[in-house]
Ligand binder design. Structure first.
Ligand code: NAP
Ligand code: 12T
Length: 340
């Protein structure tokens, strides 16, 4: 990447995703000219490290984006709704991690391994949306299958880490676990029920149809990214007491004849995928192995013996890295290389 150096801003720099954005930009040696770290007034004045340099966090305001080329937002939906258009108006391109803009038809929703061409539409509003974490890892694994065998229907159940909810939820699982093993009282703040030693079939808010917003994001975002509204998708999203990495049990029905062996072959060389599928040696993707990595790990690939053309897979990725920060930084890299 010997190209133009970029003035970058991180909105939500002090959060779980912002923290990983900083690490990602450092690790990937993103071509930075300057970096501005933004958060709420509560964090203004705090210092964070970037490439060995101590940088003061500033309060996010309407004037934060002058001279910025790319702004990476991970400061919640309402902040994005309000400030992304203001940032775009100041002439920078926003890559937004919240759900605020994802289904806006004028806003591209991008996973670089699947639809990098959609980035070109950033000119519509100056905003590019980063998909939901559960959706990103699923489409990385399924898009090669869709291209080859045409997917008719997806049935997915997720096992999602608490880090998806942010720093307070990470602390809640830690505190509740410690309280449990010390026979102390359990405090609940973030989730409506105890998450320690439990599973909650509830991620984000419930909608009128009985599904959660998280489940409907998986349905709608998958179709938008794969650019195919004919795919049937149904999801059950579950919070589990895991700190990092989402796991997904996925059943796929295809139009063309498919087999587990052919899908294994296909995914061996698929971009962004690491095949881990050797059950005889107890090898399959695990949340604890995916944590800290950028690839999407796929295994347990089996023929669905109840269907003519069906397979089952187990898909795991670090929800804060590929599910959020890494995917956003990959989009920023493509912007810098091809558009700026
Ligand atoms: P978090 O750990 O709770 O951090 C929230 C961040 O937003 C903090 O930096 C916080 O600053 C900042 N913030 C909150 N309110 C603000 C305001 N009014 N003005 C400016 N900054 C404000 O949460 P997180 O897990 O990092 O998630 C942040 C965002 O990323 C959310 O929008 C979430 O939807 C999105 N996200 C997306 C994915 C994905 O699927 N792609 C995954 C996880 C999260 P203070 O420290 O000052 O409070
Ligand atoms: N509620 O970006 O709680 O739409 O794990 C991501 C993760 C929303 C999002 C979570 C959420 C999003 C969560």
């Amino acid at each position: 990447m010997g190209q133009k150096k970029i003035n970058i801003a991180l909105a939500g720099a002090t959060g779980a995703v912002g923290d990983q954005m900083i690490t990602c930009l450092e690790e990937r040696e993103f071509p930075i000219k300057s970096i501005k770290l933004l958060a709420s007034r509560r964090s203004a004045g705090r210092k964070l490290n970037f490439n060995g340099q101590s940088i003061e966090v500033e309060e996010l305001t309407e004037n934060s984006f002058k001279g910025i080329d790319i702004a990476l937002f991970s400061a919640g939906g309402s902040t994005s709704k309000k400030f992304a258009p203001i940032a775009a108006k100041s002439g920078c391109i926003v890559i937004d991690n919240s759900s605020a803009w994802r289904m806006d038809p004028a806003v591209p929703l991008v996973v670089p391994e699947v639809n990098p061409q959609a980035i070109a539409d950033y000119t519509n509003k100056g905003i590019i949306a980063n998909p939901n974490c559960s959706t990103i890892q699923m489409v990385v694994a399924l898009f090669p299958i869709h291209k080859q065998f045409k997917i008719k229907r997806i049935v997915v159940s997720t096992y999602q880490a608490v880090s998806g909810t942010g720093k307070k939820a990470i602390a809640e699982l830690f505190d509740q676990t410690r309280a449990m093993i010390n026979f102390l009282d359990i405090k609940k703040n973030v989730y409506p029920h105890r998450i320690a030693f439990n599973c909650l079939p509830h991620i984000d808010q419930f909608e009128e149809n009985g599904y959660t917003k998280e489940e409907m994001k998986m349905v709608n975002e998958t179709r938008k990214i794969m650019e195919d509204d004919t795919i049937g998708i149904t999801a059950t999203t579950v919070r589990v007491p895991v700190f990092f990495s989402h796991s997904e049990a996925v059943n796929v029905e295809t139009v063309k004849p498919v087999s587990a062996a052919r899908v294994q072959d296909l995914l061996k060389n698929a971009p962004g995928v690491k095949l881990v599928d050797d059950p005889s040696n107890n090898l399959y993707p695990l949340a604890i192995d995916a944590a800290g990595h950028d690839l999407t790990f796929v295994g347990r690939i089996r023929d669905d013996e109840s269907l003519e053309n069906g397979i089952n897979l187990w898909i795991v990725a670090d929800n804060i890295r590929k599910g959020a920060a890494t995917n956003a930084v990959q989009i920023a890299e493509l912007l810098a290389q091809q558009y700026l």
